[in-house]
Design a protein around this ligand. Structure first.
Ligand code: SF4
Ligand code: ZN
Ligand code: ZN
Length: 307
């Protein structure tokens, strides 16, 4: 066994070379072909994508850096975007890793800085007795800032590193909590809606598992951030991921099959590749989209609550 836990005598099912993926029994060359095929399955939905400029939101983690790496290798026009959230050493290390990736890959990188930082923001909200989960505040800030940056700088799409495990665990959680509104919104691609200041979104790794992505990153020597965010304490989605991985160990392709089935079940409700904008209005403060009844977006509300 090597460090990836792969039997060194295992052979590729196509060419008999040494396998790097134990379950799929693929050598490096055939694994990369498999990987690209899964990525292109998502990208084929957007016509003329090679001529559009894409902003890849990178965090320093394996998923977003792998998304950037594969798109660059396949010849797409990409620029990197990194939001420094000010989460102590974690954000410093993430910025260093992202800068080094951009240099190695010869890619333009835009660094945005959150002020006040996420820890300061959370502290300020706590003082006012507004208790929000750090990851939910972080998620909404990232979505807002990335969309705004993409829209204002003339990119057609934001690319993110969401993978099969992220999407499936969220869909299972949505089903368990009857959150059909969110379930219907999740898709591989969402087309831009400039009239609502909504940039398009693409998730090229939607059909690839965390294992596949970690293997791709390793085979391509992609350095990723080692430290963990202090707020990462394991949430509901993490528990669901563990449970799904356990089942997938015993029932091959269980995760892919379940995600496909959930998509089929929701098909009559999902509005294709378009954003469902039926309840969306421009925020009264910033002009960016919101579904809030008082027409003030959650981002503006958070910043209005500061000292
Ligand atoms: Fe943000 Fe939570 Fe991730 Fe930390 S763990 S970067 S707070 S989403
Ligand atoms: Zn092979
Ligand atoms: Zn707003």
């Amino acid at each position: 066994m090597n460090q990836l836990g792969i039997d060194k005598f295992l052979k590729c099912k196509f060419c008999n070379a040494r396998a790097v993926h134990p379950r799929l029994k693929l050598c490096k060359e055939h694994f990369i072909k498999y990987f690209d095929k899964k990525v292109l399955k998502v990208l084929k939905h957007v016509p003329n994508l090679k001529n559009q400029s894409l902003l890849v939101a990178v965090s320093g983690g394996k998923d977003s850096l792998t998304a950037a790496h594969v798109l660059k290798r396949l010849g797409f026009k990409i620029t990197l975007y990194f939001l420094n959230l000010g989460i102590f050493d974690f954000s410093l290390e993430s910025e260093r890793v992202v800068k080094s990736f951009a240099k190695n890959q010869d890619l333009d990188l835009n660094i945005d800085v959150l002020k006040p930082s996420l820890p300061e923001l959370l502290q300020s909200l706590n003082k006012k007795k507004i208790f929000r989960k750090p990851c939910s505040v972080c998620g909404l800030i990232k979505r807002y800032r990335i969309n705004k940056y993409t829209f204002e700088h003339g990119f057609s799409f934001t690319v993110t590193g969401h993978n099969l495990d992220d999407e499936l665990s969220l869909q299972v959680l949505n089903l368990a909590t009857q959150n059909f509104e969110q379930a219907e919104r999740l898709n591989t691609v969402l087309m831009p809606k400039p009239s609502l200041k909504l940039a398009g979104r693409i998730k090229p790794l939607y059909w690839l598992s965390e294992f596949d992505i970690a293997l791709y990153a390793k085979l391509n020597n992609i350095e990723v951030v080692k430290s963990r965010c202090v707020y990462n304490k394991g949430n509901k989605q993490f528990l669901i991921k563990q449970w799904l991985n356990n089942v997938d160990q015993s029932i091959p392709s269980f995760k892919q099959g379940l995600l496909k089935s959930i998509r089929k079940l929701l098909k009559h409700k999902v509005k294709g590749l378009e954003f469902d904008t039926s309840n969306v209005k421009p925020c009264k403060r910033c002009g960016y989209p919101t579904t809030s009844k008082d027409q003030v977006c959650s981002y503006c509300k958070i910043f209005e609550n500061l000292d």
